[in-house]
Design a protein around this ligand. Sequence first.
Ligand SMILES: [Zn+2]
Length: 246
Amino acid sequence: MAETLESTKEDITVLVSLQEIENERDRLKALLDDIPGRLSLIDSRLEEAGARFKEREEAVSAKRKAYRDYETEIQNRQESIKKSDAKLMSIKNNKEYQAVLKEIDDLKRQCSELEDKMLELLFAVEKEEASLADAKKEFEQQVARIKQEKREAEEEREKIKKRLVEIEADHEQIKARVAPALLEAYMSVRKQIAGGKAVVEVKDCVCQGCFMNIPPQTYNELYRAGTLKYCPFCNRIIYHNGSNQV
Ligand SMILES: [Zn+2]
């Protein structure tokens, strides 16, 4: 025969309310505990998005810099060409003259190669600058979305904190109304059973905690006496809500 916990209908109602409010408190605390993790995830997404965009920007500015470097290289060669041209005037020796001419030719060829490279780079930079402008818009929208998510999480945190303060006050009041022996029994079962179902209803002879069929005698006692008992299978505190059956 299952052990009985002396109790009135009022006791059962209060105990069920206590469990409900404790479950709500636990649910909100779990949500609150998740928020710092959510916020840091949001921050790392912001960082990642920023780093990705910066990488693209840097790739374009590296190309721009390469373009300017080529420009300088061409200017240097043009200076050298000018000097060599000037040198040509004063050279009498044919061999030396040919050597300087070849030097000038080489420099001119190099300039033309550099100009080709510059042209290629210019096309690449223009193309990338256009797509960078699109990427920037996308990036800014993404940042705005992520920041909105962050604000929402922060608002949620404040709401939960406020609600928890209210719940704690209600909880104290309800707890004070539970008979000490019942409270002790409830707390002991709650410690052992995870999932916030220490007190469960028996419906159609089935324990709503473990879903086993309650022996008919226990069920009759629950039903007739309207008192609390322990489920013989899962040890949860069980009750019968008479009004459902009548
Ligand atoms: Zn059970």
